[in-house]
Write a protein that binds this ligand. Structure first.
Ligand code: SAJ
Length: 431
C-alpha cells in the first residue's frame, strides 16, 4: 500500500513512520521546505520519544521520503492544523481545504482519502466532500472519504497511535470499511466505524469534556482561595468517591486541542453551548488569577514594582518543548505589563531570550512554576536559598509534592523557602 500524508507535524510524521514501519511506501508532504530537508536528512523538528529512531529506520529501508509535492498513492491522509478563525473562533478549514485541493490532481478511482485533522461537525459532508465531487468523483463509489480523528497525547504519540481505539467516520459505510482496513495496518486498539459527522463531534467533545472539567477544578481553586479552604485537599478527598474525578487546577489550559476545539462546537450553536463557553472563559482567566495572586504574594516586599520574577516553565505540557497556546506565555505578557523584571527558564524550549535556571533565580523575589517538567519536581533548594532574594516558590502546577517539598539533605542553609500552591494560597505558611 502506498500512503501519502499531507502535513508532517505532530500527528502526520509519527503516522507516516508507523505506516513505513509496517511495510507501506510512504510520502510525507509538507509545504515547508526546511521541514522536508530536515526529515530527508533523518532529523526531526518536533520532540517526541521514539520518533527519530523510527524515522531513521524508515529512511534506511527506503520506505519513507519527504516531499513538497504529493504523489499518486492508494491512500491520502490529511494531517494539517485547524486553528480558530479570528473573527468567531469557528474552525478555520483553510489548511484542510488547500491540502484537499493539492491532492486532487493525483487522485485515481478507488483511492481512499482520510481527514485526520480535528474539524467542526459537518465539515466533511458540507465542505470537504464537495471539493472531490466537483473534481468528478462520486464519494463511496470511486473515491472513499472519511474523517478519522487521532486521539493521542503528545509525549506518548508513538505508543498511543498503535494502542488507542480509533474512530473511523465514513461518508458511506463502504468509506468507513475502506478506512478501517487502512488503520488495521498498525492499530492494535479497536476500530469503531460510524458516520463522518458523529466522528467529528466525538473528537471535539472528547477535548471539550476535559476542558470543562479542568474549568471546574480552576473554579474550585478560585472559590477556595476566597473563602479559605485547601482546594488541593478537597480534590484529593472528593476523588476518593468512586464516581468523582475532579481534574487538576493550573495556570490555564494550553495546547492545540483543548484550548481550540471547544470553540468549534460553540460557534455552531452559541445559544446552546453555554457551559462550553463558560469553561473556556474560566480557563482563559487563569493566567490573570496567577498574576493577581503573585502581586498579592509580593505585596510585603520592598520596592515591589521593581521585583524580579523567575518564570519556571513555558511549555503547555510537562517534559515537552511544546508552547502552543501555553498559558505561561500569557502569564509572562501580563507580568511584563505590570512592569516586573522577568527571567524565563525552560529546559525543553529553545529560545535565545530564555536563561539558565541559575540566572533565572538569581536575585529573584519569587519563582513561579508554570510547567510540570520533571526538572522542577526536585529543585536544588540550597541553590534557591543562596541565589533568590526572597526564596518563595509559587507552584501553580502542584508538582512539588508534600514529601519532596524540602528534601532534608538538600537544605543545609537555615533560611526557609516558602512554597505556595493552590492549597495554601489563602493561608501562606513557611515550610
Ligand atoms: N490541564 C490542566 N488540568 C488537568 C489536565 C490538563 O490544567 O487536570 C491542562 C494542561 O496543563 C494543558 C492542557 O490542560 O495545558 C491540555 O493538556 P492535556 O494533556 O490534557 O491534553 P493535550 O491538549 O495535550 O491532548 C489532548 C488529549 N485529549 C484528551 O485527553 C481528551 C489528547 O488525547 C488528544 O489527542 C489531543 O488533545 C488532541 O490532539 O486533540
Amino acid at each position: 500500500m502506498k500512503v501519502c500524508i499531507i502535513g508532517q507535524g505532530y500527528i502526520g510524521l509519527p503516522t507516516a513512520v508507523l505506516f513505513a514501519d509496517n511495510n507501506c511506501e510512504v510520502i510525507g508532504v509538507d509545504i515547508n521546505p526546511e521541514i522536508i530537508d530536515c526529515l530527508n536528512s533523518c532529523q526531526i523538528h518536533i520532540e517526541e520519544p521514539g520518533l527519530k529512531e523510527k524515522l531513521k529506520l524508515a529512511i534506511d529501508n527506503k520506505k519513507y521520503h519527504a516531499s513538497l509535492e504529493p504523489q499518486k498513492s492508494d491512500v491520502f491522509i490529511i494531517t494539517v492544523p485547524t486553528p480558530n478563525n479570528i473573527k468567531d473562533l469557528s474552525c478555520d478549514l483553510s489548511f484542510v481545504i488547500s491540502a484537499c485541493e493539492s491532492i486532487v490532481p493525483y487522485l485515481e478511482k478507488g483511492n481512499i482519502v482520510i481527514v485526520e485533522s480535528t474539524i467542526a461537525p459537518m465539515s466533511t459532508d458540507e465542505i470537504i466532500k464537495p471539493i472531490f465531487e466537483s473534481a468528478g468523483f462520486e464519494i463511496g463509489k470511486d473515491l472513499y472519504l472519511s474523517h478519522c480523528p487521532e486521539r493521542v497525547l503528545p509525549g506518548k504519540i508513538m505508543e498511543e497511535l498503535i494502542n488507542n481505539d480509533r474512530i473511523v467516520g465514513g461518508i458511506t459505510e463502504e468509506c468507513s470499511n475502506k478506512s478501517a482496513q487502512v488503520y488495521e495496518t498498525f492499530v492494535k486498539g479497536k476500530i469503531m466505524k460510524t458516520e463522518a459527522k458523529t466522528a467529528e463531534m466525538s473528537k471535539c467533545m472528547e477535548n471539550t469534556f476535559r476542558d470543562v472539567n479542568i474549568a471546574l477544578a480552576n473554579e474550585l481553586t478560585k472559590v477556595c482561595s476566597k473563602i479559605g479552604v485547601n482546594a488541593l485537599d478537597v480534590i484529593e478527598l472528593a476523588n476518593k468517591h468512586p464516581r468523582v474525578n475532579i481534574h487538576s487546577p493550573g495556570p490555564g489550559v494550553g495546547g492545540h486541542c483543548l484550548a481550540i476545539d471547544p470553540y468549534f462546537i460553540y460557534s455552531l450553536a452559541p445559544e446552546e453551548a453555554k457551559i462550553i463557553k463558560l469553561a473556556r472563559d474560566t480557563n482563559n482567566s487563569m493566567p490573570k488569577f496567577v498574576v493577581d495572586k503573585t502581586k498579592e504574594i509580593l505585596e510585603n516586599i520592598n520596592n515591589v514594582e521593581k521585583a524580579k520574577i523567575a518564570v519556571l516553565g513555558v511549555a503547555y505540557k510537562g517534559n515537552t518543548g511544546d508552547t502552543r497556546e501555553s498559558p505561561a506565555l500569557i502569564c509572562i505578557d501580563l507580568l511584563k505589563k505590570e512592569g516586573f523584571e522577568i527571567a524565563i527558564h525552560d529546559p525543553h524550549v529553545e529560545n535565545e531570550n530564555y536563561c539558565s535556571f541559575e540566572e533565572a533565580i538569581q536575585n529573584a523575589d519569587i519563582s513561579i512554576i508554570l510547567s510540570d517538567h520533571e526538572e522542577y519536581k526536585n529543585l536544588d533548594y540550597d541553590l534557591i536559598k543562596e541565589k533568590m532574594k526572597n526564596p518563595i516558590i509559587f507552584d501553580t502546577k502542584n508538582i512539588i509534592s508534600n514529601n519532596s517539598k524540602i528534601n532534608k539533605t538538600n537544605t543545609s542553609k537555615k533560611d526557609e523557602i516558602e512554597i505556595i500552591n493552590y492549597g495554601n494560597l489563602w493561608n501562606r505558611k513557611k515550610f
